[in-house]
Design a protein around this ligand. Sequence first.
Ligand code: PGA
Length: 251
Amino acid sequence: MRQQIVAGNWKMNTTLEEGLELTKSILEKVEKPRGLVVVAPPLTHLRDVGKMLKVRKYFHLAAQNCYQEEKGAFTGEVSANMLASVGTEFVIIGHSERRLYFKEKNDVLAAKVNVTLARGMRPIFCCGEPLHIREVDTHVGYVAKQLKAGLFHLKEEDFRKVVIAYEPIWAIGTGRTASSLQAQEMHHAIRVLVAKKYGKAVADDTTILYGGSCNAQNAPEIFSQPDVDGGLIGGASLKADDFAAIIAALK
Ligand code: PGA
């Protein structure tokens, strides 16, 4: 069944103390979410935040990244196995900041998807076009290529565990959101693409999140679109009130 999800990506923000305080406030403010709530704190907070989330139904722990190799001499990197060992359930893969600043390419992202699934966690696979691609109207093809390269090697059983997050790069952290119609157009196109590859039943069950300057004001309209199943939230996930209001906007 298709799940409604709001995921908070804290990026490189908060000390451990601040992160635990934020988690506490979120737990206080969110009573009975209509879907799953996923929190992706920095790596250093995973274990402690995870412990707090664990005692509450509907709350899940995510990492913001993982390394594509299983183990070994990769100084400074963290493996999927390590993430799973501290209770991580989801891993954000292919965020545009990883693609841009860390030059993560499709083959590496596909490998990250594989190690994540192999350790029993669910990838939140990000896709989305830069502004110049949107301006020449080739965004659907651009995103289709990202999905084919990062995900479409998976068997149906594994693909069913994946959450897709559509995040137009021009909307991330810019205050400029895609209109609900722009989001719907792309989410629908993604679902059609998934249906072509895995069949309609799988496509209907696939959770597709919107991300990019999503906030308490615009979330209700964006989430009301038929192919939008919630959001991946950056900036607004750092404020418990805003994050709670976005969660309340789930269908
Ligand atoms: P934003 O970030 O909500 O701050 O635009 C979204 C994201 O990068 O996931």
